[in-house]
Design a protein around this ligand. Sequence first.
Ligand SMILES: *Cc1c(COP(=O)(O)O)cnc(C)c1O
Length: 637
Amino acid sequence: MKHEALTRWTTEDAAELYGIRNWGSGYFDVSPRGTVIMKPRNSTSNASIDLYEVVREIQKQDFSLPVLIRFSDIISAQIHTLNESFGKAIRESNYRNSYQGVYPIKVNQKRQVVRDIVQSGAEYHHGLEAGSKAELIAAIANQIDPEAFIICNGYKDREFVDLALYSLKMGVKTIIVIEMPGEVGLVLERSKALGITPMLGIRVKLSSRAGGHWDKSGGDRSKFGLDASQITDMLDMLRNDGALSSLRMLHYHIGSQVPDIRRIRLALQEACRFYVELVAEGAPMGVLNVGGGLAVDYDGSSTNFASSRNYSVAEYAVDVVEIITNVLNEAEVPHPVIVSESGRCITAHHSVLVFDILQARRFEPHNLPDTMPEKNNELIENLMSAKNALTPRNFQETYHDAVYYRDEIRSMFTHGHVSLRERALAERTFWHIIRQIQNIIQHHDYVPDELQGLGPAIADVYYGNFSLFQSVPDSWAIDQLFPVMPIHRLDEMPSRQAVLADITCDSDGIIDNFIDLHDVNHVLPLHEMNGEEYLLGIFLVGSYQETLGDMHNLLGKINVVHLRLKDSGEVDYVLNLPGDSVSDVLADVEYDVKKIRRRIDKIADAAVAEKRISETERTEIITAYFEGLQGYTYFEQ
Ligand SMILES: *Cc1c(COP(=O)(O)O)cnc(C)c1O
């Protein structure tokens, strides 16, 4: 990221700096006026929405930041891309069956999101996947298409099994996936008791692993799935029970966000062999479910890095169809319906978190005092000499010297041999040196490992009005990268280097890993604060982030706005969902808000009785507390 000030800064430079066209999949861009725009129907229309304008409009409607903005059209565009990609791959390879995906509800269970998916997936009979009783009921509430699948994974008790069987009986194609050996008996028993012949799937445990963040989801120690000997036991059990004809689907899932297409191919090859063997055992089968794993290119690098993927959706579809065709043709087994449980790829792009920067703490360049004390401690003199001797050639050596003298001075301070003023002078000098070294290495292509941390050490800290734990939990939990950038002022060159802190008091509530085409960047270029509102967006947060988030520091759910682009090009505000109030989050942690009010009343009464406050002050104070209970949990302007 070397931008020389010689040429004039343009919005094109901003687009390049933040990589918006690399990770944006055509949905996001920078407008000539320097704002982020969304093209939510990128494949069919160029119509765009100005994100900054939308935020202004939302604020006019009295909705405070932070806000999560969801775009319906992006969900349907992704559903179309996935289904059309498989459609094309199937046509072009003479595959003799169809693709019929399911959306795993756990990825984003929000009603409006699932509704958008079901509606735009209707023409493809795109179904749903449920991993718990609650998710199954949500699926049934959304899914009435008798052609589409509902697939039940996860731990299953008797009630879950019954609900799935009843759903099948009512005409919804509901498949119960046997994930663990114990489940076969339960399902057989319940289907006999209810007189409903089940549609069964079996989850196999592959030896292939996913790579990336979710490497452990696959392989021998994965939590779910049956290994070869458990599969043969299950087959025997089904056969003895006369229920082998219920076995219709093979399923596997090696993990989410599989960055490397080779892993996907290897796993599928192994799974196809299981499929062939199950057919040879006499099971009717007919459906091959390749699970999730279709990754999202969060950093825009198109590589097998954990936050990226080295393949496109189209390539994924072609490879899946090709491998199944090859293995099954060789074994002369009829082609099954292909199901994938792609979730992340459907919803990641559709939502963006927008928040304001509350304050920026600048890294001060630590100018040295104009006049130096006459007589300095010897170590400080050494530090000064190191500073004066620094050149572009000896910066690494100078760095070592500076760290050594600084540490010595700190230790002498601890032992009472250095004064507070001396220590302050030493630290100023130290940071002055570090800043000079940073200036030198900025222009180097190769930076020694030990010096790579200097950027963040001297970066500004920008405090954002959001909670990492509530809104981007994977950034904290698994160090996942998300694209972050300002949504306006992109016609100005950003002049600061910063890390982002949230408003929790947790020192982990910080983002200092940012996307980069080659590696990870530890600072984010941002604009100088100019007294006006400064708004940032964290993008591609539509998958997993909404419901994995928690209420750390009692910062609750944020305001949500769900948008659609009308054919006229206007923005349709489909839904405005207010986030949690202070009362909501207190109730969530078992407080009785009525009791809190009574308690505040009582404290105020006592204060009046003790003449600490007047009657008028009492009213003011009570009003402030009661309004506080109604307020947003985030910083309100
Ligand atoms: C979570 C999960 C998925 C979703 O995977 P993505 O990588 O988000 O597409 C699919 N299937 C199962 C069984 C899952 O647990």
